[in-house]
Design a protein around this ligand. Structure first.
Ligand SMILES: C[S@@+](CC[C@H](N)C(=O)[O-])C[C@H]1O[C@@H](n2cnc3c(N)ncnc32)[C@H](O)[C@@H]1O
Length: 254
């Protein structure tokens, strides 16, 4: 990612804060991923103790983890107070900007889980390494993050229309893997999720509705967007247009 313009954490947090009231209603992929991570976590013998959802948003992952592990509470950490204000009474929240590193936990975290967050942080590979290094022996890290190779249809449309693809640059899976110490990876898989809509604008609109619209990819004029949408490849006549996310799922045991 060297040479890419850097996105400012405060700008990212401001955009997510604005979208907080509508986030949960539109974040269907994030919800599905949270349940998947929680199901995977059931197969791991994660010690009880301090569990945290890093960049929890409205709490999809924390709630899924608590449902999968009855009796275990998950601290909901996010940089956006607007997101944290939506969490129900009785939950423990912590406002913290992850671009400054992890907070000082009152005890070592036995599980840190994070979904759809790492790509918003500066230097995701270095952040990932610092998360692993913060685990005690026997502690776990569960991460889901979109990676390079996401949005092939958007890239194809931009190329065909001779315009920039203005999607956020996603981390490269291999570079994230290289940042990890030897012998800690319990699961490493890439999953594809394809969303369909009647037109390309409807594929991209949810990104704005959930606050995920800050980008280092530049801006297009309305006319340039029209050209990109016109060039968007048709998936097939029954499903209309498609947008594919490549999601990396990582489970680490220290
Ligand atoms: C796409 S949402 C994902 C929320 C949740 N994990 C989920 O899967 O629904 C990204 C979240 O990361 C948070 N976030 C982004 N940058 C952050 C930072 N620097 N520090 C803490 N939280 C951050 C945002 O406020 C937002 O709630």
């Amino acid at each position: 990612m060297a040479g890419e313009p850097v996105i400012r954490p405060d700008q990212v947090l401001e955009r997510f804060s604005r979208a907080a009231p509508t986030y949960a209603g539109h974040a269907t992929l994030q919800q599905a991923m949270a349940w998947r991570l929680a199901q995977l976590s059931r197969r791991c013998s994660i010690p009880r103790g301090l569990w945290a959802d890093l960049g929890c948003g409205t709490g999809h992952l924390a709630a899924a983890l608590e449902a999968a592990h009855p009796g275990q509470q998950v601290i909901r950490l996010d940089g956006s107070s607007a997101m944290l204000n939506i969490h129900p009474r009785g939950t423990t929240t912590l406002q913290h900007d992850l671009s400054r590193g992890l907070p000082d936990w009152p005890e070592p975290p036995q599980l840190m889980a994070s979904s759809f967050v790492l790509h918003w942080l500066p230097d995701p590979a270095q952040q990932l390494r610092s998360w692993v290094d913060a685990l005690p022996e026997g502690g776990w890290l569960a991460v889901a993050v979109p990676v390079d190779g996401s949005f092939p249809q958007w890239q194809q449309a931009a190329r065909a229309a001779n315009q920039a693809c203005t999607a956020l640059t996603m981390p490269v899976r291999e570079q994230l893997m290289e940042a990890l110490p030897d012998g800690v990876v319990e699961r490493d898989e890439c999953l594809s999720f394809t969303q369909h809509a009647a037109n390309p604008l409807r594929l991209l609109r949810p990104l704005s509705s959930i606050g995920a619209s800050v980008t280092n990819g530049g801006r297009l004029s309305p006319g340039q967007w029209k050209a990109v949408f016109r060039a968007w490849p048709q998936a097939d006549s029954s499903t209309g247009f498609a947008l594919t996310w490549r999601m990396w799922v990582l489970m680490v045991k220290r």
